[in-house]
Design a protein around this ligand. Structure first.
Ligand SMILES: CNc1ncnc2c1ncn2[C@@H]1O[C@H](COP(=O)(O)O)[C@@H](O)[C@H]1O
Ligand SMILES: [Zn+2]
Length: 347
């Protein structure tokens, strides 16, 4: 079996996927057509060709945040939001993903409220859990670029829907443009959600800001995303690196995302090496598979090629990811599924 086929067949766990960054070109075209048929205007026409970030482009991290507006204009109705979610889950399943924690930022649009946004996602995930083999659940996102009061409102909704659907609304996370907003302003909302039983993951160290990174690590989130500027060689310092090593906080590693946003110059100099070497728990994830034109199996494949991981090591990376999922009651069944694959392929 060649590497790409192996990576697709390996049952995988996706723990860091933003819904609106995950829309493939084909999904966006379907949404565009649907909106046009119903006479709803969107601003995707002029930009769709530019949406996916190809290799050799000149966009940096900040520029990336503008491209999300295009996806947002396509998912502004309950119908298209549901379609986008269902199609995206199916694509993850087709790529050999057996469990996904999809994340998204509830927002008011001209056609729905934040509450309806969450309800649409819950309904779609529920249906997907009966119709598809992939197990899916929801992490609710807070955008650090918005006002802390908006974060409070989202935390309230997350807590309310976690109580109603504890097996579906499993976590809360902080994301958004890392150059905007302050982590500390969102701590009360995140803390409240945590006390209500939601798990927490934070985008941490996307840019160099050792003070904020220290605060985030000391918050002891259940997981962090990216974790780039933590090691002293990558814009962190001894103290931030020691905190991560001592707390052993699992890191959602998004290789292609980090390359495309220019946070890392080449795959071979990615901090995966340092994290793996220090035995920090790692989960390979896509971040925004639509924007960065990647897939979870491609991320596994790139990881294997760049860091010389053989099939057995790659499969064990996927197996280990089960320990860090937020739907804790699914750990056993997922472990068994991946172990079966390992045994069948004598890895
Ligand atoms: C590239 N690295 C990243 N760093 C930080 N936040 C990111 C991100 N990629 C995506 N998002 C966050 O996810 C939103 C889109 O999905 P949803 O509308 O929530 O489904 C973006 O607006 C941003 O807030
Ligand atoms: Zn992200």
């Amino acid at each position: 079996m060649d590497l790409n086929t192996f990576c697709r067949e390996l049952p995988k766990i996706e723990l860091h996927a933003h819904l609106n960054g995950s829309l493939s070109r084909s999904t966006m075209l379907q949404l565009q057509r649907y909106l046009a048929d119903f006479g709803v205007s969107d601003k995707s026409n002029a930009f769709l060709d530019e949406f996916q970030i190809g290799s050799g482009d000149r966009r940096n991290l900040s520029d990336c945040f503008q491209v999300f507006n295009i996806a947002h204009s396509l998912t502004s109705t309950q119908d298209t939001l549901a379609m986008a979610t269902a199609l995206t889950l199916k694509e993850f399943e087709d790529d050999g993903c057996c469990y996904i924690e999809l994340r998204s930022t509830p927002r008011d649009t001209p056609h729905m409220t934040s509450r309806q946004y969450i309800e649409t996602l819950i309904e779609t995930l529920n249906t997907a859990n009966t119709n598809l083999s992939i197990i899916s659940c929801l992490i609710i996102s807070i955008n650090r670029g918005r006002l802390p009061s908006e974060g409070d409102g989202i935390a309230d909704l997350a807590i309310e829907y976690h109580k109603k659907y504890p097996n579906l609304v499993v976590g809360i996370e902080l994301s958004g443009n890392p150059t905007v907003g302050k982590f500390q302003d969102f701590v009360p909302a995140l803390q409240r959600a945590r006390e209500a039983g939601l798990k927490v993951t934070l985008h941490c160290g996307e840019i160099s800001n050792p003070e904020e990174v220290s605060d985030m690590l000391m918050f002891k989130a259940d997981r962090i995303g990216h974790g780039i500027c933590i090691h002293p060689n990558y814009g962190g310092n001894e103290s931030t690196w020691n905190l991560l090593c001592n707390y052993q906080i699992p890191v959602e590693v998004c290789l292609t995302s980090n390359i495309n946003t220019k946070s890392i110059l080449q795959y071979s100099s990615h901090h995966f090496k340092e994290l793996y070497g220090a035995n920090i728990p790692i989960i390979l994830c896509t971040d925004d598979k639509g924007v960065f034109a990647t897939s979870l199996s491609q991320e596994y494949s790139i990881c294997a090629e760049t860091f010389g991981l053989d099939a057995s090591k790659l499969a064990r990376l996927s197996l280990k990811a089960c320990d860090y999922i937020f739907m804790t009651d699914k750990r056993k069944i997922l472990r068994e599924k991946i172990l079966n694959f390992i045994n069948k392929n004598e890895l």
